[in-house]
Design a protein. Structure first.
Length: 94
């Protein structure tokens, strides 16, 4: 059974890992901006999040959110690889 995927405007063929829906509040900061948003989906390689703040492809940022079940804090840094009017796709920098 296939699940209906929300159209985020990102090219699914470019993904290296399957993303799972993970709606949760988050914050982010980069060298020039900071803001709040909502994680839409996440994988081991990246995530897509929605934010009212315009973001720029190529910018690096650090993202903070909490795991819902354990309430453990998570901070991860990444690079914006795609933007849409609603948010951005991020590749994690490991």
């Amino acid at each position: 059974m296939k699940t209906k995927r929300r159209n985020t405007g990102l090219d699914d063929d470019r993904r290296q890992a399957s993303r799972m829906p993970y709606p949760t509040a988050m914050s982010y900061r980069s060298g020039t901006a900071a803001g709040l948003g909502t994680v839409v989906d996440i994988s081991s390689h990246g995530m897509y999040f929605e934010s009212p703040t315009p973001l720029t492809t190529g910018d690096q940022l650090c993202i903070d959110f909490q795991f819902r079940n354990s309430h453990a804090a998570m901070e991860i840094c990444g690079e914006i690889t795609r933007t849409t009017p609603a948010g951005a796709g991020v590749r994690f920098l490991w």
